[in-house]
Design a protein around this ligand. Structure first.
Ligand SMILES: [Fe+2]
Length: 262
């Protein structure tokens, strides 16, 4: 079955840290994440590909690659040392994904040891708490170190990911993590672009992710939407079969908390 469900979901550390001034927003996000987990569970999937990004936690400037698939037998993801998860992966399926991408002209990197950061940990922990037990294949997109991959390249990779899922005979869900608009590590941290959030969510509700391909790296920087690259991989996998359903959007002073099914 072609990537039978897609999810765009936030991964802000505050979702784990639960700051006292955002109790309602964070709780609403967890309600939505758990509802999505229940729907994923009902689909009886064989695997979920969790597409996140590294925030210069697991890798640094000694090696910057556009796309990385984690093929380790044990999947590890953490917010900080000692706060994370470790669980069995599905290495044979992950390796078949790498092989198919390379056959299709997408020379993705792979790692048998990488520990993903909160971009994988927070959404995956929320889905686990919602009862989803299917194994995860982490995939990381270079969202932060210029020059990053274009949205078009991310989308096309997602299309190939969908074709791989179809050919694999497995039932695969795709989950893009990140966002929405935010400006971590910059003076604009307190000033997310809510108009950009609305523009993005409206485009998704209309089922037209291709319309977002007009945004180049400069536009993504300006809108605080650098992590949209990870969502675009998931959206590419679901192109042509999208049933958008916005489960929540909770604005906050630094970042909108979102769950969108597609
Ligand atoms: Fe992030």
């Amino acid at each position: 079955v072609v990537a039978s469900i897609g999810l765009g979901i936030s991964h802000a550390p505050q979702l784990w840290l639960r700051p006292p001034d955002e109790v309602d927003e964070v709780n609403a996000w967890y309600d939505a994440a758990h509802a999505a987990a229940a729907r994923l569970r009902d689909l009886d999937l064989d695997a979920i590909v969790v597409i996140g990004n590294d925030h210069l936690h697991s890798t640094f400037l000694d090696m910057v690659v556009p796309f990385t698939v984690v093929t380790s037998a044990r999947v590890r993801a953490e917010l900080i040392t000692g706060v994370g998860l470790e669980e069995p992966g599905t290495p044979a399926l992950a390796e078949s994904l790498v092989e198919r991408m390379i056959d299709d002209g997408f020379e993705v990197a792979f790692s048998q040891s990488l520990t993903a950061d909160h971009s994988v940990f927070i959404p995956l922990a929320a889905l686990r708490a919602g009862g989803l037990t299917v194994p995860a294949i982490p995939m990381l997109v270079n969202c932060y170190v210029p020059p990053q991959p274009t949205l078009r390249r991310c989308f096309e990779l997602g299309e190939r990911l969908g074709a791989w899922a179809e050919a694999s005979g497995s039932r695969v869900g795709v989950i893009g993590t990140g966002g929405l608009s935010h400006f971590p590590g910059t003076p604009r941290y307190r000033d997310p672009d809510r108009e950009a959030d609305e523009e993005l969510l409206t485009t998704l509700r209309e089922g037209k992710p291709e319309d977002l391909l007009r945004w180049d790296a400069k536009e993504l920087d300006r809108r605080g939407l650098v992590e949209l690259r990870s969502w675009m991989v998931a959206l590419g996998a679901r192109a042509g079969d999208m049933r958008p359903n916005q489960l929540t959007y909770q604005p906050s002073w630094h970042c909108g908390y979102t769950v969108v099914e597609f």
